[in-house]
Each structure stands twice: as structure tokens, then as C-alpha cells.
Write a protein that binds this ligand. Structure first.
Ligand code: PLP
Length: 399
């Protein structure tokens, strides 16, 4: 094996590449978290992060991975034995369900095939059956990172309303926040769970709960034990610009810079960029003669693309070849998809040339690993991206 040269391509769907501007923002002395300089930073990021969730309600920031924020969402708003309706979109939905079981909740899965997003009609039908309102929450993963399928959260909200059901709506947006359009307030989400290391372009270590008034009201009577995750003390102290325990100060510096970067580009343009890179990637995959795992075009992800390996070829062996030969990490297949798919992350700090480099590594890797495929995937992606740039230039000229 040769010594890797140049920049490593970290093309897994999180953690993602951290921009230099975010790294520089974090490269500072840690300050007194009870002093005025920290207070100004905290008030700025606590306000700024709301704009990313598209909410005017509070967002709690934990020094924790996304899993911590999953737990926080459940323990703050539910009681032992509560029924929770979850949709089996894939591996991450399954992990959230297992966590709910360990907390003493009674989660129930609507079965899915790991190739589609959640089905609002199935959620509505199940809620209509629940005449006694035993179900206390509906939990959906917005972008299922194991499959590259996006669930229609606005339609899930409508389904809950159509059933006239009072359950809380909780959504995991860990791999879609700041990559795929997400609207906490407009979609009437009660608890949104986010994380730092995906679309937000930060290192791992921060996670979020955006909380509605209804969720905060539920937390007042919810019976599950909680201490570290408790919203009550956090929200009261956050209002003054402080935290009940030592926050991850340097990650907050990074978050401040990342929020600025997202607004300088414009959130809608950020979403368009991700959608464009998703489309370019799928064109490459089809040109190679391979199959995109997600089967519903309306659910295609702008964050990542999961690709099925041809029968008889191991995805992990292929990923190993790509890492050794081209110094690029691709995402693995998770649980029942292990060895059967590889995942191309195209989210966060990412542009057209990063994508072409990434797809070049995949196409060459298929060749080196002896995986049957057709040439021309990178060309198809380049044709699409060039055409997109042309039409953008034309629309700017017309303005
Ligand atoms: C990454 C991810 C998680 C887990 O987050 P951790 O930070 O690893 O705890 C949960 N849900 C989704 C959709 C994810 O992409």
C-alpha cells in the first residue's frame, strides 16, 4: 500500500468534510462559559439555529451525538408504557425504535421495505384505528441515511390531522438538516432531532431538539426519568444565554460560522445544490448499469445515494479497494444491507468538482475491483452539471 497523498475524500453520509472556515472558527481558546463573551455567542447561535430548522420556537443544543438527542426527544415528552408509532424506513428508524424499547416505551413499527420513505396513508390508517388515542407520538426519520430515501413530513402532518389524532410528531432530521428542505413550524413538528456532523458541516459532538409549545407542555407531565436531557432547566437558562452545564464551547464557535455560511449561500440554494448533486449521482449510477436503492423518485435524497452492488459482488470489498487505491471513504451498507450496498455521501461542504472527483473514484474503483459496469457514469454526471450551470448562467443574464 502506498502512502496516501493529497486530501482524503470523506464521502460517507456523515461525518462530512468540515470547511476551513469552520475549522478556523473553532481554533480559539475556550472561554469562561459563565462570562459575557460566551453569553453573546450563545444568544447568537441559539437564535441562528432556529433559522436553520425554520422555527421561531426554542432549539435545545446538547453536547452529544445525534443518538443523545433521540433519547432527549423521548424522555422529555413521554411516560413509561406509552405507545409510539414509528415507520420502518431503514436502519436509523430501527435504532430509534430499539432505543424507545429500552426506555420502557411501547414502539410499534409500520413495516417498510427499506427502499421507500414513510407512507402517510399507512400512518393515517393506523391512527384512525386508535380511537382511544393510546398512541402518544409518531416518529419518522426525514432522510433515512441507510437507504437514501426521504419521507414526506408535510404529508405525515396532514395524515395525523386527517385522522384527528392528538399524538406528538417527532422527526429525525440528522442527515437532512441544511441539505434538504425542512420546516419545523410549517409542518407542525413537535420535536425535531438534529446533529452537527452532517449537513451542518461541523465535527460530531452537537445535537439538537427543536421543540414546539405542545411538546414543552407534554414535558411538564411526562413521566420518564430524565436529568441531563431535561428541557426545563435548559430552556430557562438558555433564555439568558447560558447552559446548565459546560457546553461544547468550541463547537458553538463552529456552529456560528456554519450558520453564517448557510445564510450567505441562502438555504434555498443550499437545498438546490444538494438536489442537483443527487440527480447527477443517480445519472452516473444508471449509466454504470447499477441500481439506486431508493425506488420512489419522489423520495430521492439530496444528501446521499445508496447503490446496490451487482449480485455476487461484495460492497465492502469494493469500498476497501476505493480506499486503498484512491484514498476515498464511501459509506457501508448497514445491518440488513451490509455488503449489498455502498453509499455515496454528497452533503455538506460540497461542490460540482467534489462530486466529479467522488464519482471518478467510484467509476475507477468499479474497474479496479472487477465489478461489472458500463463506462460513462462520470460523463453523464458532467453533462448534467454543465447543463445546469449553463441554464443558471442564462437565467442570471436574463435577470
Ligand atoms: C447519523 C444519524 C443518526 C445517529 O447520529 P449519531 O450522531 O451517530 O448518534 C441518527 N439518525 C440519522 C438519520 C442519522 O443519519
Amino acid at each position: 500500500m502506498t502512502t496516501p497523498q493529497g486530501r482524503h475524500f470523506l464521502q460517507i453520509p456523515g461525518p462530512t468534510n468540515v470547511p476551513d472556515r469552520v475549522l478556523r472558527a473553532m481554533d480559539r481558546p475556550t472561554i469562561d462559559h459563565r462570562g459575557p463573551e460566551f453569553q453573546a455567542l450563545a444568544l447568537r447561535v441559539l437564535a441562528g439555529i432556529r433559522t436553520i430548522f425554520k422555527t421561531e420556537q426554542p432549539v435545545v443544543i446538547y453536547p452529544a451525538s445525534g443518538t443523545g438527542a433521540w433519547e432527549a426527544a423521548l424522555v422529555n415528552s413521554l411516560s413509561a408504557g406509552d405507545r409510539v408509532l414509528m415507520f420502518e424506513t431503514g436502519h436509523f428508524a430501527s435504532l430509534w425504535k430499539a432505543l424507545a424499547e429500552r426506555l420502557g416505551l411501547q414502539p410499534e413499527f409500520i413495516a417498510g421495505d427499506w427502499r421507500h420513505g414513510a407512507d402517510p396513508a399507512a400512518i393515517e390508517a393506523r391512527l384512525r384505528e386508535d380511537r382511544g388515542h393510546a398512541i402518544k407520538a409518531v416518529c419518522v426519520v426525514h432522510n433515512e441515511t441507510s437507504t437514501g430515501c426521504v419521507s414526506p413530513i408535510g404529508a405525515v402532518r396532514k395524515a395525523i390531522d386527517a385522522a384527528g389524532h392528538p399524538a406528538l410528531l417527532m422527526v429525525d432530521t440528522i442527515s437532512s438538516l441544511a441539505s434538504i428542505d425542512y420546516r419545523h413550524d410549517e409542518w407542525g413538528v413537535d420535536v425535531t432531532v438534529g446533529g452537527s456532523q452532517k449537513g451542518l458541516m461541523l465535527p460530531p459532538g452537537l445535537s439538537f431538539n427543536a421543540v414546539s409549545e405542545k411538546a414543552v407542555a407534554a414535558s411538564k407531565t411526562a413521566g420518564l426519568p430524565r436529568s441531563y436531557w431535561d428541557w426545563g432547566e435548559m430552556l430557562a437558562i438558555n433564555a439568558k444565554g447560558f447552559f446548565p452545564f459546560t457546553p461544547a464551547t468550541n463547537l458553538l464557535y463552529g456552529l456560528d460560522a456554519a450558520i453564517d455560511m448557510l445564510h450567505e449561500e441562502g438555504l434555498e440554494r443550499v437545498f438546490e445544490r444538494h438536489a442537483r448533486h443527487g440527480e447527477a449521482t443517480r445519472r452516473a449510477v444508471r449509466s454504470w448499469g447499477l441500481e439506486v436503492l431508493c425506488q420512489e423518485p419522489a423520495h430521492y435524497s439530496g444528501s446521499l445515494t445508496a447503490v446496490l452492488m451487482p449480485a455476487g459482488h461484495d460492497a465492502d470489498r469494493f469500498r476497501g479497494t476505493v480506499l486503498d487505491a484512491f484514498n476515498m471513504s464511501l459509506g457501508n451498507g448497514l445491518s440488513k444491507l451490509a455488503g449489498r450496498v455502498f453509499r455515496i455521501g454528497h452533503l455538506g461542504h460540497f461542490n460540482d468538482l467534489t462530486l466529479i472527483g467522488t464519482l471518478g473514484g467510484v467509476e475507477m474503483g468499479l474497474e479496479v475491483a472487477g465489478v461489472p459496469h458500463k463506462a460513462g457514469g462520470v460523463q453523464a454526471a458532467m453533462d448534467f452539471l454543465a447543463q445546469q450551470q449553463e441554464s443558471q448562467a442564462a437565467s442570471h443574464a436574463a435577470e
